[in-house]
Design a protein around this ligand. Structure first.
Ligand SMILES: N[C@@H](CCC(=O)N[C@@H](CS)C(=O)NCC(=O)O)C(=O)O
Length: 217
């Protein structure tokens, strides 16, 4: 197999790339990284000292590709399929990249901050101020998503793009951290459409056996 994805099924940024791979039935070898296992963690750090997944390795093209958005750009370029993740028009592509950044930085990363604080050891190691800031940013971001999604099917309108790959896990986990069905009905309806999309439904199903590891409030 030429493509290897280093990932974990529960990770939001990994799910983002799984959605892209599943959209186009792209063949790849999944390599599960378990940060709780010393050997697995150290092997991954050898590969990518930054220590964050997903990472895609393409042995056939001798390419090492970290970062979820860059991975999806790479798939779009070298392993294209029926779903085009990057719009052909340069202006539309830039607007799409902005939405991708938006879901990563203002939804996913803020949600991550809230969740990772739960697994920090107590006794002065918690960061309540940072968590409060993250919750504030998440609320503003959801307000904007709710407004933006009042008349659209997908983040860019009719076409499913990389921005939707980013939105799916980001909104799904945000809804765990801060249920928004009532406060943000358009954003919630969009999450419903994303969750029914076969690519994301598959990623969610594959994460189920690991749910016990998700740090609840
Ligand atoms: N900007 C990165 C973010 C990746 C990221 O934050 N991954 C998390 C999992 S969702 C991770 O590897 N966390 C491991 C750690 O923080 O030790 C991307 O888009 O791929």
């Amino acid at each position: 197999m030429t493509l290897k994805l280093y990932y974990h099924p529960l990770s939001s940024f990994c799910q983002k790339t799984l959605v892209a791979l599943y959209e186009n039935d792209t063949a790849f070898e999944p390599v599960l990284v378990d940060f709780a296992d010393t050997a697995s963690r150290e092997a991954f750090l050898e590969l990518w000292p930054i220590g964050r997944f997903p990472v895609l390795v393409d042995d056939g093209r001798d390419q090492f590709v970290p970062e979820s958005s860059i991975i999806i750009e790479y798939l779009d370029q070298h392993y294209p399929g029926k779903t085009k993740f990057i719009p052909a028009d340069a202006d539309v592509a830039r607007q799409m990249r902005m939405r991708d950044r938006f879901f990563d930085l203002y939804v996913n990363v803020q949600m991550q901050k809230v969740v990772t604080d739960r697994i920090r050891p107590p006794d002065g190691n918690k960061d309540p101020y940072g968590v409060e800031q993250a919750r504030g940013t998440l609320k503003v971001a959801l307000d904007l998503v709710d407004e933006a999604m009042s008349k659209k099917t997908w983040a860019m309108g009719d076409d499913f793009t990389m921005a939707d790959c980013a939105a799916a896990p980001a909104l799904s986990y945000a809804n765990q951290v801060r249920p928004f069905a009532e406060s943000h009905p358009n954003a919630f309806a969009y999450l419903g459409r994303l969750s029914k999309r076969p690519s994301f439904a598959r990623a969610l199903k594959e994460a189920e056996p690991y749910w016990a590891n998700f740090p609840k409030a």
